[in-house]
Design a protein around this ligand. Structure first.
Ligand SMILES: [Zn+2]
Length: 257
C-alpha cells in the first residue's frame, strides 16, 4: 500500500515490534501466535485512514518534530476529544509549518514537549503533534483519557479572553495577566476556521471515533471547567461553533465529570 511509509514507524522513543510465540508443546501443537503492538498499529491505522480519505497527514518524522525534553507519560484509554485553538498570536495568513513550529516552541517552554496530539493548519494539513500513545498536556489537571486537537488559528473574538478568564478574578490577578489582556483587546487577527481546516477536523474526529470509545467531545473551556473550575477562552467563539457541529453530526455528548 503506498499510503504506508516506512519512516512513519520509526519515530521518537517508540518502536513497532511484532514478535512470534510458539504456544503449547511445539512438537504436538503447531500453533504460532503473532503478537502485535496494537497501540503502534492503531497509531498507524489512523494515519493511513486519513491519507486514504485524501488528506495531507504529516507525521512527527515528516515535519521533524523536536523530541521532548521532558518525557510525556503514556496514555491510551481515550474517552474524550478536546478542541483547542492556537490563540491570539496565530493567523491563517502565516506559513502553516511556521505556525506549528511556533506552537511547539510555546509548549516546550511550558511542558518540555508539545502538548496536543494533532494540529490542523488553515490549509487542511493534519499534523501528528504528540504521539497518540503519550499523554497530552492541553488541559490543566485533566489530560488523562483526552485527545487534544489544536486548530492553528485564532478562533476567539475580541474581548473573549477577558470575559472567559479574567472578568471574575480579583484585580491583582487581572494585573498579572495584563499582557494577555492587552493582546485580547487589540486582537485583530481572529478569523473563522477555513473550509479546508473544518473538513480536516471532521475527518480526523470521524477516524478517531472508529478507533477509540469516545463518549465526550468539547472545547478546552468545557473540559477545563470540569477539571478544576478555571475559565478558558480556548477554543474561542468559532471553535465552540465547530464543537457544536461535531457533537450534532456525530451524536456525541459534551464533557461530563
Ligand atoms: Zn486550549
Amino acid at each position: 500500500m503506498n499510503d504506508i511509509r516506512i519512516d512513519d514507524l520509526k519515530i521518537s522513543d517508540f518502536e513497532t515490534v511484532a514478535g512470534m510465540v510458539v504456544k503449547g508443546v511445539a512438537a504436538a501443537v503447531k500453533t504460532v501466535q503473532v503478537e502485535v503492538n496494537h497501540r503502534a498499529a492503531t497509531r498507524q491505522a489512523i494515519i493511513v485512514a486519513l491519507r486514504k480519505k485524501g488528506f495531507t497527514f504529516e507525521t512527527r518524522s515528516d515535519w521533524k518534530a523536536k523530541p521532548g525534553e521532558v518525557k510525556a507519560d503514556l496514555d491510551w484509554d481515550y474517552r474524550g476529544i478536546a478542541l483547542h485553538h492556537a490563540g491570539n498570536s496565530f493567523s491563517c495568513d502565516a506559513n502553516e509549518a511556521d505556525q506549528l513550529r511556533q506552537a511547539e516552541r510555546i509548549d516546550f517552554k511550558r511542558f518540555g514537549h508539545i502538548s496536543y496530539h494533532y494540529a490542523i493548519a488553515c490549509d487542511g494539513t493534519i499534523y501528528e503533534a504528540l504521539d497518540i500513545r503519550e499523554k497530552g498536556a492541553h488541559i490543566e489537571d485533566g489530560n488523562t483519557g483526552v485527545i487534544g486537537i489544536v486548530m492553528l488559528a485564532d478562533l476567539s473574538v475580541r474581548g473573549e479572553a477577558y470575559k472567559e478568564e479574567y472578568a471574575n478574578k480579583p484585580w491583582l490577578e487581572k494585573i498579572k495577566k495584563i499582557n494577555e489582556w492587552a493582546l485580547d483587546k487589540i486582537d485583530l487577527t481572529n478569523q473563522k476556521p477555513t473550509d479546508q481546516m473544518t473538513k480536516a477536523l471532521f475527518a480526523l474526529v470521524e477516524v478517531l471515533l472508529k478507533f477509540f470509545p469516545i463518549t465526550m467531545l468539547g472545547g478546552h473551556r468545557e473540559f477545563q471547567k470540569i477539571a478544576n473550575g478555571e475559565g478558558r477562552a480556548c477554543p474561542g467563539y468559532w471553535g465552540m461553533m465547530l464543537v457544536k457541529r461535531l457533537r450534532q453530526n456525530y451524536k456525541i455528548e459534551g464533557p461530563k465529570k
